[in-house]
Ligand binder design. Structure first.
Ligand code: UD1
Length: 427
């Protein structure tokens, strides 16, 4: 049954909150397990719906997958023979399913992956993924809604220059080239910590990847890979979520497990808002001293720039900040859906192309709103905390895709956030 979050405004978040492994890494690492026959074990995997969907996809390819959500362990047993098809029902539910493209072409010489449909955050092509695989010698075409890549005689190392440092395309080139003949040099690669995490896992499987985390990655192909055990890197987007939640609610929050070095651009803006950020033995602490944030401008960029996934939280914090801010979205064209919903809560905003001007108000005003994606949903819950009265955020399943135990984590910080059926009367 559809659920929503019910948020009673007024709390200033206080205390500590844990972050787990990154969703955006765990899913790719699960796909990468396909590269080696045998049992790969991943730890620090978040307890989220998306992991369940990726597990189902791997099962349909012939793997045995054990996912113990409470302990965060996923074990994937990969057989000698794996399938090579990712169906539309799964790709539609989980866009990151496209991460099986690279491993499947490398392992089986073929991949049929359904093309994801419309996405709540803009149109996101697969052209760079396809170009990368073609450069490695695969033939790629689109038929009946599937992207089909074929390399019956295997892949060969190549020089590849990505037009844009796409995260997904970088990952697919990496996972395809580790078993290619010869060396691949990937230029203008994405530099996200999740890319580094993937490269580290691949190297622990016997791959030879150097330069991950920089713009130039070199991959020396090897004959075969072996299964491994790997702990997923901390979720920098979840960590950033809590940092901006503290800023918006004038709170003090220790993000346990957060890695400040992965959030340099975001934490600079947290400081610009007037809060202090200090590393702690277990993560980092954001302390606003109970003061209202000063408005701060934001422009999203590929890593190490400010992450687009944190843009909705910067919006929510600026909606109640002192002054006006300009938020510029440079990665995804339709990622301003949070704005319409924030306006329903009384935010003062004006969209102009890929910019939003936000004029901070003292407090928002509670109302029913709707989550359109993971981050927008979580940002609306935070907005509900700085609104008078009750805010309900429909579409709880979006938030569940990215945050394990979101309501419980909020409650642990002193907020009145609960789940309820979506047909319950408002108030
Ligand atoms: C990943 C993250 C997502 C994050 C994004 C940018 C996962 C599961 N998702 O998405 O949360 O917001 O990185 O940090 O890891 N593009 C093309 N053609 C392509 C590939 C990408 O035009 O072949 C464009 C997209 O439309 C978008 C931009 O490049 O405008 C960035 O996309 P990309 O870096 O590939 O993001 P994802 O890997 O899809």
């Amino acid at each position: 049954m559809a659920e929503r979050f019910r948020v009673v405004g007024g709390a200033s978040l206080q205390g500590e909150v844990p972050v787990w492994g990154a969703k955006n890494s765990a899913l790719k690492l699960m796909a990468a397990a396909l590269l080696a026959v045998g049992r790969t074990r991943l730890t620090n995997v978040p307890a989220i719906l998306d992991v369940t969907i990726m597990a189902e996809l791997l099962r349909r390819l012939g793997c045995t997958v054990d996912y113990d959500a409470p302990t965060g362990v996923v074990e994937i047993d990969v057989p000698e023979q794996v399938g090579h098809r990712a169906d539309y029902d799964l790709v539609r539910a989980l866009r990151a399913s496209t991460a099986v493209l690279g491993p499947l072409v490398a392992r089986t010489g073929a991949a049929d992956v359904a093309i994801p449909g419309g996405d709540a955050i803009g149109s996101r092509g697969l052209d760079l993924h396809a170009a990368g695989l073609e450069a490695l010698g695969a033939s790629v075409h689109v038929t009946h809604g599937f992207l089909v890549a074929e390399a019956p005689r295997g892949l060969s190392g190549a020089e590849i220059h990505l037009e844009f440092p796409s995260v997904g395309a970088t990952e697919n080139v990496l996972t395809a080239s580790v078993l290619a003949r010869g060396t691949t040099r990937l230029e203008n690669a994405a530099r996200e910590p999740e890319i580094v995490d993937l490269a580290e896992m691949l190297n622990s499987m016997g791959a030879r990847v150097t330069g991950a985390g920089t713009s130039v990655v070199e991959i020396e192909g090897v004959e075969a890979l072996r299964p491994t055990e790997h702990a997923v890197v901390a979720d920098r987007i979840a960590a950033g979520t809590w940092a901006f939640a503290a800023v918006a609610t004038r709170g003090t929050v220790e993000v346990v497990g957060g890695v400040p070095e992965h959030l340099t651009a975001a934490l600079e803006l947290v400081r610009a808002s007037g809060a202090t950020v200090e590393p702690t033995a277990r993560g980092f602490r954001v302390d606003t001293g109970g003061r209202r944030a000063t408005a701060f401008d934001v422009a999203t960029l590929p890593y190490p720039g400010f992450p687009t996934d944190l843009q909705p939280f910067a919006l929510a914090a600026n909606a109640v900040a002192d002054g006006s801010a300009m938020i510029t979205e440079n990665l995804f064209e339709a990622r301003f859906r949070t704005v319409q919903e924030l306006n329903r809560l009384g935010a003062e905003t004006r969209i102009d192309g890929h910019h939003v001007m936000v004029h901070g108000v003292e407090r928002l005003s509670g109302a029913p709103v709707e989550a359109s994606d993971i981050r927008a949903g979580a940002a609306l819950v935070i907005a509900g905390l700085v609104a008078d009265g009750v805010t309900t955020v429909s579409g709880a399943q979006h938030i569940d895709r990215g945050y394990a135990g979101f309501a419980e984590a909020m409650q642990g910080l002193g907020a009145d956030v609960t789940r309820e059926p979506d047909d319950a009367p408002y108030l």
